[in-house]
Design a protein around this ligand. Sequence first.
Ligand code: M6R
Length: 607
Amino acid sequence: MCGIVGIIDQKPVAKNIVSALKCLEYRGYDSAGIATLDKGHLECIRATGKLINLEKKLKKYSLPGTIGIGHTRWATHGEPSEQNAHPHTTEKVAVVHNGIIENFKELREMLNKKGYTTTTQTDTEVIAKLLTLYLDNNLSMKEALETTLKSLQGAFALAIISPMDLDKIYFARKGSPLVIGIGENSNYIASDAIALASYTHQVIYPEEGDWGYITQKNYQIFNKDNKVTKHPIHTLNLSTQTASKGAYRHFMEKEIFEQSTVLNETLSSYLTPEKNELSLPKFIFDKNKLNRLTIIACGTSYYAACIAKYWIEKYAKIPVEVDIASEFRYRQPALGSAENHACLFISQSGETIDTLEALRYVKAKGLPTISIVNVTHSSISRETDSMWPTFAGPEIGVASTKAFSCQLMTLACFTLGLAKTKINQKEFSDLLESLKSISMWLEKMPNLRQECLTAARTLAKATDVLYLGRGTNFPMALEGALKLKEISYIHAEAYAAGEMKHGPIALIDALTPIVALAPNDNLIEKTISNLQEASARGGKIISLGDAESLKKLETISIHTIEIPTVPTFIQPFILTLPMQLLAYETALLKGTDVDQPRNLAKSVTVE
Ligand code: M6R
């Protein structure tokens, strides 16, 4: 969480820092700040709330410096006040930080004893004070940073400027993402390359433990052993348009409607150029020996994993466990051997610390690791033995939409790769053909928006909503409930429809709408029985189904949302669209901040 930026240029940098921070606002948006160096003077402006507040302040007090750092915050230590906002400054340094300094209390005690009194509730302030302590002891800025880094425990991406070292921005990274951008007469650092797309497409990804500095025309990187190190320069294919909403009202809306395109792109990347055969990355395990697969992820990525469990067990006949990353890593899971057990990690950002640490745990045990990630230069993608990219493109809305469906597409291809020798040729071809038809079906729902809006009017009045489904519709229900919670702040819970009678049925009343994910499948009759049980107890049912299932549900539904009749395998892809639109329209009616919902951040790099 938190986004950091550093720019060093010939011209004043404040405006460009704010523009770059705007692209990082998805990482946190409870306060923001900027510090620049101008003719040896360190100046800093901070504001609570979103960047717009900082921009307003910058109109009153201009910052003419040509070297500067900026920060957009997701609070971990201390409320989102101006005092706790970054940059944290002393007379000698200004620091911005993404991550958590775990030993900040010990450091703060030591610093306070030495007379370097801290005044904020943040963990970051100790970094500024430590650097100052060492600079006061006549170390150079480079030596001060090298010494400071030795004391820091936890995760950090740092950018630092100092009037003691006028032509550099120092940086360091451990456990939090950081990218260096190489410009013509300017250089950059940022938490995510997307922030630099307007300035440069040439980027370097520092490794764990790397630190160093950029100057206007140069840069220097040291590794964790303080030896000079070099990394390749990558040319990014990032359009400045990717961070724009275009004609849409919100990034989320744009990203929902991009799905048919990006699903095609993701599928195409796993097909031969003629698009008639699968062309997958090599499996890094022996498919015949594999008898256990563990999928580890968080949030929406976890729900994508839950859907894949149904597919992989059904078609590839391999037992699958799905684990929440934050639980997996601390429960001493019993693992198999490198020959028979593989672990798959799913993450849009590729930086989620819980998933990353679970991956490191598994790697230390020697099991093969695979990742499905959207950000291909991310830590998770770099640290797994094999990476299967999704091609969703940058996802800016905090609530995941297109990244989820592209994760499903990659998982579907992964499933077919595992299933190839386990199912007959006809079934295999039918499944592959069904994947190719998804984009076409997504374009064929002319009444969808209106139907979702009508149902959303009911949801927007509710304080609690239930989502029900069976089979893959159960994890889809979990994802639907998460979307509604995240952006409309309405309490929503999902249950396996057949589980209702074991307790949750007590929740049903006329005020709690039930969103039923009920397309025609081999379980539809059982789902309908469960919904009838709910209806008999006053439950108001909003049914998402195809023509056939909706006909059966007509008498007990207060609203129906129709999807086309498609093979069961691809139903999750088609249901995704109404499920997301339902949450989106409800949030619009509630007037919430759809792209930047309260308390959330897109990339969760703290535990
Ligand atoms: O980047 P990741 O896929 O690892 O993120 C995992 C979750 O934090 C993420 O899916 C989160 O649940 C989203 N806000 C869902 O919309």
